[in-house]
Design a protein around this ligand. Sequence first.
Ligand code: SF4
Ligand code: SF4
Length: 455
Amino acid sequence: MKKLRTSSYLNQVDIGNGTTLLYNGSSLCIDLVPTEYARQLADGNDLSFLMPEEQQHLVNRGHLTPLSAKRELEEFRKLVRLILDKRAKLDAKHQFANLCFILTYNCNLACGYCYQKSLAEKTAVASMSGEFVDRFFSDYFPQLFPKKPKQLLITLFGGEPLLPGNREAITRILAFAKKRPSVRISVATNATTLPEMADLIGPEKGRIQSVQVTLDGDRSLHDKNRVAVSGKPTFDATIAAVRELADLQVHVSLRVHIHQGKLESARELIDYLEQEKLLGHPRVSVYFSPINTFDSDMNSPAESELFSRMFQDVAAKTNRPPSNLDYMNRFLDMQEKKILPKVRYCGAGGDNFCIVDPAGDLYGCYEEAGHRDRRIGSLANGQVKFRALKDSYSRRNLLNLPECIRCSAALFCGGGCPSEARLQKGSMFTSHCHQNKAFIDETLKAFFLRKEVKP
Ligand code: SF4
Ligand code: SF4
């Protein structure tokens, strides 16, 4: 047999009890091995601890390879190209589309870290009108989505989308959805205006059927950061709203911000949610979202350990990893390459994803909405006009990310957030690792453990 080496795309995650999951970022094969084996494989210096048939098995699974690092990289590029082609064919069918309405840049809160803070004063149109929505669906929607998507998710976003002044626009969007079985509506809200807007929310067609609410940490951190314009704290009102939403029979997704150096606060919040019977509630799910300034490289070993424990604890208590990486579960089930992994990070620039704001500007990214120099297009005089930025976004895939194409987790990650990569490194054609690898590892581990405890 040719001299073997450990694959450049081998990853591993410690499962406990002396076992480790090997998962290969090129072959996508996943195997459970003794941790000591995994350590020696990762070390890669001496493979003589393996019997010849074990070596052959690991070659078949892709964890060992006879290829040089250069040849393996070439083969990986070919694989990414193949996946891109397949994805393009699927996308052309417009099976699934995501449309986001920024109803206003105004907000009733004044959160310390809000990236949209100054936008409300700068925008010419304060909020989306009912007529705008009707004209959008009659004139522009067919141009944006010429092949009617089989499923359309409409997200209401802001500023604060559930401000009472947005009622007319929301009502028209709900009327559009009510007539079409394939359309679902969700909202990302601070939920503080829920008492006035609750009649628009419910499990039936033609209502808002799922709601995302943000919590910033335990009461003290949340109330320090997420305050009303008047300065009033919002933690208790937010928790009350989450309860009311669950009573309205809709799905509530709790986005828990993870701040650098404040993991204890997230832990306190999780304990509080458990005590309040919201953790594990059948209509409430929790996911962690590290805020943009979070950098896992800055975590101490104790913080990494705390994060891992908290992640697995929530996964065990809710039967779902708190990561929004549900596709990782399908890798575990997969015997052959039946699913298409990630070759880009998000939908920005894709034909199946679009954000529209009250001024009729189109954006590819939530964080860039309202920054007119970052528009990907606009709606005017009955015509959709795209700008060059849309194309730049659509070219942002693993093949155009030199660091990512060499990354062992590339097909699980997709290259990180392009917007943050641009802000931090000056170009969207750079990686933005953030906490992606830690989330991938923890999610895979949680799904694996969940399968293990099932009979
Ligand atoms: S570029 Fe980043 S912030 Fe924007 S939509 Fe994509 S992942 Fe989200
Ligand atoms: S962003 Fe980082 S973790 Fe993601 S593929 Fe690129 S190098 Fe890997």
